[in-house]
Ligand binder design. Sequence first.
Ligand code: NAP
Length: 385
Amino acid sequence: MDTPRIGILGGYGYTGKSLARLLLEHTDARLIIAGRNPQQARAAAQEWNQQFAGGRVCGVYADASCAHSLWEAFEGVDLLVVAAPVARHAETVARAALRIDCDYLDIVFSPRKLRILRALAEDISRAGRTFITDAGYHPGLPALLVRYAGSLLDSVEAANVFSVINPQGGFPLTGSLEEFVQELSRFQCMAYRDGQWYRATGLGLSEMRQADFGFGFGLRSCVPMMLEEMRALPQMFPSLRETAFYVAGFNWFVDWIVMPLMILGGRIAPRWTRKPLAYLLHWGTRLCANPPYGAVIRLEACGWNGCERQRLCVQLYHPDPYALTAIATAASILQYLRGRARKPGLWFAGHLGDPSEAIQDMQAMGAKYQHEMATIQGTCPFCGR
Ligand SMILES: NC(=O)c1ccc[n+]([C@@H]2O[C@H](COP(=O)([O-])OP(=O)(O)OC[C@H]3O[C@@H](n4cnc5c(N)ncnc54)[C@H](OP(=O)(O)O)[C@@H]3O)[C@@H](O)[C@H]2O)c1
């Protein structure tokens, strides 16, 4: 691809800003950053153009709820990146990408968005366009890490992924936090065990696991969180007997007071409770948090290489969770630009491209990486078999 043109909807938000910097540093792409505040978009573009030569960035107005504004803002782009909390407008945005005739990548965590994209899957393939969904940290990295285990082991038997997030200063109070609250309040606690997915009971406590995170985070209790990208992994790796994605808690206040309220609020009156609960989550992660800060994603896997049973542990860390999301997203975009992750149809980011290359790219962009592979003597510490 000659100098690519990449549009970022939400390009001056927390993740969008970090992503714009990475794309300016690691590609020669020209960027169109957009949101509902044109002054902010232009000011951000101006700042980038002062830091990077070539006037590569322009800032424009676009509102995800208005198709015309999307056509105007992103006309001529090769790839539209959606880094804005716009699940409610998923159809408008996806149809706008098809009309502009560009490829698409989103980092939006929303089952509703997935349903809409799946309904458009035939149109996407017919148009010969690449639509990559659920890119980022989580969703995004869990399936990629399981595929990484699958690439290093001849037959992978267990591959579980764990995450801990502790943002310094708490989660900022943004529209995205409301979207996050909505998704947290209705996530499903599911894990794959011996040939089937089953639902954990007691808010996931029946399937609770401990993970020993590096980078100072230590031993944490984690509950399973279903991510759609995980569902296809047992078909991709028929030897896989167990897999799941687990999340650690935040702190005592959020885990025992805010989370139960979120689950209750999500069931009883999601519209009315979303804003106050986002506020509580913001203050809870701000006032009750202790160091270390940042985000760690950890893979624990085991399986066979020849006749040797081996275990693999991989961890990726960054002190800023938004930066790690942007790094994971940029790694997907780099593979897209190189052509590895460019094929017509609708794809999960975690299912596309080469996982080893993605991990190398993430390290080059500032993620700290730990890797340990060893022969298992006796019982596997990860799967207990
Ligand atoms: N996959 C992952 O690992 C991961 C991790 C973190 C976040 N996320 C997701 O990434 C998205 C962005 O998160 P964030 O925390 O970076 O968000 P943020 O800081 O709140 O930024 C959101 C950006 O989107 C713009 N925006 C909001 N509504 C819009 C609309 N209707 N039309 C056009 N632009 C709009 C905002 O600008 P204006 O308000 O001025 O329009 C802002 O630039 C969210 O969907 C979040 O759930 C995913």
